[in-house]
Design a protein around this ligand. Structure first.
Ligand SMILES: O=C(O)c1cc(C(=O)O)c2c(n1)C(=O)C(=O)c1cc(C(=O)O)[nH]c1-2
Ligand SMILES: [Ca+2]
Length: 569
């Protein structure tokens, strides 16, 4: 059974993986070092597990491992328990999804949370389901939101002090973003915090729902008219937690609709990072990366806590690489801006950041206002870079305390984008925009970057033909791991960027690799299965990589036994 202590210590304990992010701070660093720069050539697949069936789309799941059992999710809200030593299936669960689910960006799921004897995950019809870890039978099930209004859940939940905490998806349908806390053992609601200014938060005490303060200022302060009621800012990637400050960090997505001329103002708290006190469900601070977002820069990206030394002092920082193309370092205690810099090769929509970290807009690259156009329907088209799928999208970066560097999966692309008229209709797409994504280089779109958060320096880079869409992991063995849509699991030297290993998994990798230790041996696992937003929304880029095949396999690797001995001596 998984305890709060197991989860709080996940970063340091190598024999299990019991949190999304391999530690609640989500640094995705493991101190394991048996597989290292010298031994990596010798690793071998030890088993592969098929997710079966023809129902395969993007496999974005991060595996979890506890007591020799691996738990993974697959597209269409499925969960498997697998013997981590042999790859044999222990049980399988399939949520029966209604026909009307409305995920914007593929049928995906990023993983489970483990607590006590439960395996907890979110479904595409916006429910949380808790399964018995030994049998896969449902213990509790909770409707979080109405899928008919465009809500879904794709995030992996996290557990803080017995609470299961998750976000929602649906920013393309005019939902209201929220962060939710439930009792992990029973599924009873504890609090809910809306992420759009003006909405009331709630708290449940002894089963009674009580008001818990409005998010931000009065309704309409940073939104015009009634638009805040369907303001988006979905919390679709889930959150991270820092025990040191006791704060939960959630990114928030695009304001709805995309057409920014309909909603003058900063549109709090869309495209922001929020720090929330998990005990009270109140917002402690906010930092908005793209106020009045007009490009779907949807700043949902993970905020990773880390400490660094400067002038003899420890800085309690947190970093995030935003879809808008800027990398931000914040003070995680109060959200103050420390520094920020572009991490992609070129940005066209902002000249830079001011001293508070607010973008200095180049207004000509904001898509035009349809109501000022000749036909009153379609506004002037602009070319903007990065494209709306972002300098970085959902795929998590990693931090190595050994090098002090962040390893960021990023993409170089631009878009034609224009606004259209639109109005809210329950359960219908609410964009008010059209777009086409284009690549900007002949030979690559994806770039894995090693970035120094103290200077903004790009220490090394690896260019990849297809867009990078998988998570990253770092290890004490001096390795940086990720996968590409071409199907390769890859490992790089964390200091030089030299690719020291690659293995063809048979379909594109959009999952997040993990590593753990079992009976004295180090294992590495990753899901393979191409999908996610790129094939659906990638425009000309999607055409360029049409040849990539879908799949659904969990791959697991380790060293032959004798090398483990050599590594130890
Ligand atoms: O605003 C939202 O609610 C929302 C949700 C999701 C999601 O749940 O996966 C994505 C996006 N937006 C989005 O803008 C996006 O580019 C995206 C890519 C992906 C993916 O998994 O490949 N999901 C999402
Ligand atoms: Ca979105």
């Amino acid at each position: 059974n998984v305890t709060d202590k197991d989860i709080q210590n996940d970063q340091a304990t190598t024999d299990d993986i019991v949190s999304y992010g391999m530690g609640l701070r989500a640094q995705r660093y493991s101190p394991l070092s048996a597989i290292n720069k010298d031994t990596i050539e010798e690793i071998r697949p030890v088993w592969a597990f098929s997710l079966g069936g023809e129902k395969q789309r993007g496999q974005e799941s991060q595996p979890m491992v506890k007591d020799g059992v691996m738990y993974v999710t697959g597209s269409y809200s499925r969960v498997w328990a697998i013997n981590a030593m042999t790859g044999e299936e222990l049980w399988q669960y399939e949520a029966r999804l209604p026909d009307g689910i409305m995920p914007c960006c593929d049928v995906i799921n990023r993983g489970v949370a483990l607590y006590d004897n439960l395996v907890i995950f979110g479904t595409l019809d916006a429910k949380l389901v808790a399964l018995d870890k030994d049998t896969g039978k449902t213990v509790w099930k909770k409707k979080v939101e109405d899928y008919k209004a465009g809500y879904s859940i794709t995030a992996a939940p996290i557990i803080i002090d017995g609470m299961v905490i998750t976000g929602n998806s649906g920013g393309e349908f005019g939902v209201v973003g929220k962060v939710y806390a439930f009792d992990a053992k029973t599924g009873k609601q504890i609090w809910v915090r809306p992420t759009v200014e003006g909405h009331m938060g709630y708290m449940w005490k002894e089963g009674k729902k009580t008001e818990n303060g409005i998010s931000g200022g009065a309704p309409g302060e940073t939104w015009p008219a009634d638009l805040w009621k369907t303001g988006g800012a979905a919390t679709w990637l889930g959150g991270t937690y820092d025990a040191d400050t006791g704060l939960l960090f959630f990114g928030t997505g695009n304001p709805s609709p995309w057409n920014s001329h309909l909603r003058p103002g900063d549109n709090y708290f869309s495209s922001s990072r929020l720090a929330i006190n998990p005990k009270t469900g109140k917002i402690v601070w906010h930092f908005q990366t793209t106020p009045h977002d007009g490009w779907d820069f949807d700043g949902v990206n993970e905020l990773i806590s880390f400490d660094y030394q400067e002038s003899g002092k420890t800085v309690k920082a947190a970093a995030t690489a935003d879809r808008n193309g800027f990398f931000y370092v914040l003070n995680r205690e109060d959200g103050d801006f420390i520094r920020g810099f572009p991490f992609v090769d070129k940005l066209t929509w902002a000249k830079g950041l001011d001293k508070n970290g607010r973008p200095i807009y180049i207004e000509e690259t904001r898509p035009g206002n349809p109501s000022l156009s000749d036909d009153g329907k379609k506004g002037a088209m602009v070319v903007a870079r990065p494209a709306f799928l972002g300098g970085k999208n959902w795929m998590p970066m990693a931090y190595s305390p050994d090098t002090g560097l962040f390893y960021v999966p990023s993409n170089e692309w631009e878009m034609d984008i224009w606004n259209e008229t639109t109005s809210y209709k329950k359960g219908a797409a609410y964009l008010g925009a059209g777009f086409t994504i284009k690549s900007v280089n002949e030979d690559y779109i994806g770039v894995l970057r090693a970035i120094d958060p103290k200077t903004g320096e790009e220490v090394w880079r690896y260019n990849n033909f297809a867009p990078l869409w998988g998570g990253v992991m770092t290890t004490g063995g001096g390795l940086v791991w990720t996968g590409n849509p071409e199907g390769y699991l890859m490992a790089f030297d964390d200091k030089t960027g030299e690719m020291v290993y690659k293995f063809q998994t048979g379909s594109g990798i959009v999952g997040s690799p993990v590593t753990w230790e079992m009976e004295g041996e180090q294992y590495v696992s990753v899901l393979s299965g191409w999908g996610g937003a790129v094939p659906l929304w990638g425009g000309e880029v999607a055409k360029r990589i049409k040849h990539l095949n879908q799949g659904g396999t969990v791959w697991t690797f380790k060293l032959p036994k004798r090398y483990e001995q050599v590594a130890k001596n």
